[in-house]
Write a new protein. Structure first.
Length: 257
């Protein structure tokens, strides 16, 4: 199976709906608090931009559009050579034309935080519908943690408190469950297995920290990583139990800086 994941990546372009769902994308910089790591750069590469600076839309809804987080992400974009626009929804949208703003970018990068709050706020502003149209139009949708879970049917979250609980009202662009931080949060794997075994999700796609999953349409075409030794996983239902298969990610080149 591992070979088939790699064989199907050839020809992926942003002319097709593309999602990069990750448990990574950021690293600590020597001169700045945050730098964009290889997973963000890969999402930009998949957009097919050339001859100009990539345009990245930043969605920090899951952290309440916190200004200090936006400032750090903006600095990371400056260092990476990207033009970054934050789309804030608190206390109101910071642009007149939300849909035009989204469609005018190459990549949407969604920050982690509370996926439950993110989904509620997006739906209040009909951003869920706009993002679906952007995905179909070739804007690469990407993000970390909550910014990964949101694209799926749902997954495991700490949005409701320290004890992990399922969230099942994701955007559903990807018809699977999602498990993030699979290696760093010990409760994610058993809860994901239980949800699959119980039929809440027919299948779940999961990532260790530093790993991303690339989709063309709704098909998983490749797992990629910005750290060595990390894995991706597909969990499927077999009778009344869950069975997990590991996918070895392709290690991405380290970005400059």
């Amino acid at each position: 199976m591992n070979g088939s994941w790699h064989a199907t990546i050839i020809g992926v372009t942003a002319a097709e709906p593309t999602i990069v769902a990750t448990s990574g994308g950021h690293r600590v910089g020597a001169r700045t608090r945050v730098l964009f790591d290889a997973l963000v750069h890969h999402a930009v590469d998949l957009s097919g931009v050339h001859g100009r600076r990539p345009r990245v839309l930043y969605l920090g809804t899951a952290v309440g559009d916190a200004e200090h987080v936006t400032a750090r992400v903006a600095e990371a974009a400056r260092v990476a050579g990207f033009d970054l626009t934050p789309l804030h929804l608190f206390p109101m949208p910071n642009v007149d034309d939300v849909e035009g703003t989204v469609l005018g970018h190459d990549v949407v990068w969604v920050m982690g935080g509370s996926v439950a709050n993110l989904l509620a706020v997006w739906r209040a502003h009909r951003l869920d519908e706009i993002l679906r149209r952007a995905w179909r139009a070739g804007v690469v949708l990407a993000g970390v943690s909550a910014g990964s879970l949101c694209w799926y049917e749902g997954g495991t979250t700490d949005s409701f408190g320290p004890e992990l609980r399922p969230v099942t009202n994701g955007l559903g662009l990807l018809p699977y469950g999602n498990g993030v931080h699979y290696d760093s949060d010990g409760g994610r794997r058993p809860l994901t297995h239980r949800l699959v075994a119980e039929g809440v999700f027919a299948t779940a796609h999961c990532t260790d920290d530093g790993v991303g999953l690339v989709y063309r349409g709704t098909e998983l075409v490749e797992a990629v990583a910005e750290q060595r030794g990390k894995g991706a996983y597909v969990v499927v239902r077999d009778g009344d139990r869950a069975v997990e298969e590991r996918i070895e990610p392709r290690l991405l080149p380290a970005p400059p800086g």
